[in-house]
Design a protein around this ligand. Sequence first.
Ligand code: ASP
Length: 613
Amino acid sequence: MTAASTGEVSLDTSDDRRLANDRDTSGASVMSSASATSMRTQLCGEVGIGDVGAKVSLCGWVSRRREHGEHLAFIDLRDHSGIVQCVVSGSLDVRSEFVVRVEGTVRERPVGTVNENLSTGMVEIGDCVVEVLARSQVPPFVLDGRVEVDEPLRMRYRYLDLRTDRMQRNLRMRAKANAQIRQTMASLGFCEVETPLLWAPTPEGAREFVVPSRLSPQSFYALPQSPQLAKQMLMVGGIDRYYQIARCMRDEDLRSDRQFEFTQLDMEASFVGQEDVIGFVSEVINDATEALTGVTPDGFERITWAESIDRFGTDKPDLRFAMELVDLTGAFASTNVKAFSGETVKALCVEGGGQFSRSRLDSLVERAKALGAAGLAWFKVNPGEGGELELESPLARHLDSGEITAVFKETRCQAGDLILVVSGEYQRSCLVLGQIRIEIADTKVGDGRYRYVWVVDFPMFDGVDASGCPIPAHHPFTMANPADLELLKTEPRRVRSQAYDLVLNGWELGSGSVRIHRRDVQNTIFEILGITKEDAESRFGFLLDAFDYGAPPHAGFAFGIDRLVSIFAGEESIRDVVAFPKTQSGSDPMTGAPKAIGDAAMKELGLAARSVK
Ligand code: ASP
């Protein structure tokens, strides 16, 4: 082909398309690269000053085409590694997103035309012969990342969106995370085992996706919410240390940090306790953080669930900033102010919050009410005469001097701060202020800081269901703290479990627990949860049976890879680290899923459609 000189563009894909370096036996240095294929010598982003004089073949998409007069054109050729400028003589029938193969010679760019923004900006490809491998329509959005594109459009044309630097970087980061996780898990002696996607319906808490069985009409498989029971079976099966990068499916409403399907590093080990698992997971996470961010985490802190609620008003504390909750219950022990006479008085001192406008304060009050507080009191801390501090608030004149002094002392406030106070039931008050703390701090997900904290000593149960039975805080297979076993039947709400969460920057990365490995203990827990003997037998009979045949003590953990990668990538939504995510309404605009399957398929599956209003 001689398109460079004639301006002709060929759609030829015949056999004469071979490696330029195969053909080039003369002169210029011969390219060699792990990225070389029968069609290209290297990747676009790999071309550099050291290649000057070399003949290269590159493949990719036309990122941009510029004409320079009638007989000179520039193509910015893009592949996942970067962009390189190709200079073509003659007019050229290529447009953005055409797929082309370019052969040419690497040369230094003329003085004054070096592009500092490109890694290949010192060079360009001259004397180019361009072969069009595929044409493209005008894309529905520009792929250079400079314009914010509406999400529905990105999803509809996800294959185009994937070509952007952002998505390329995110998906490759994810692949790197998986590779590092596998490496560390193997080094710790864990064995990768794949567990079934078609599993028995055994709800662990979340709603399941079910799959109708053709061979057993009116029977269903369920897609696993997690391989929880499968991995416990593996322990009974003597696998000793199992892991899997597991797909999990939960039919729950979607939001920015939740998809129907997500990926977890799922693990389980035998003859271990909580500390062993915490050790394994910390090592995996530490290695993944280093590999992906280059930052070594400062370590993994530890806090009990009770302390976390008390100090941060959440079981997912973001330790990147302080602003801890302060207890003012003592300060208002004998108050006459009704607003402060609840079971607890909790406060938050917002540094510099004295600047907040009245409307911002009003919206904080509304927010606290929406979160379930009776109200929210605020006090601006002002400098008074003679260096004393003063409180400014509609409520301030109702406080006596002892209360005011106690507020100053406990909150350690300074002039210019804002004190927010909630009074009422203990846990609710903590949670409301904890949420407000997060919203005021407004930290970004990925700001280059990685504060890991293990939250331990979770309660065994968290509230009660409609029939008054306790709800497991983790899942029904979690072992109670041996010190609290006595309380199981008498005061279940006070029982601590052997469950633990790993939290990063205020995001719950994952959870795990020491498991029950005895039928009698498991039956007791089922009983407390209101699961009848028959129900337990039909849903979890295989687990109970397995416990009769020598189940080793075991414990495990699972953490969300989507979440981890999105934090490392600085993405707010996990959709941006998933190749083909669903929208908030659970659909896939690209494929049109979910879809009706037609009468014949319905019949074959023994299903009949009924309209639901
Ligand atoms: N199966 C649990 C989950 O998916 C994790 C675990 O306990 O290992 O949350």
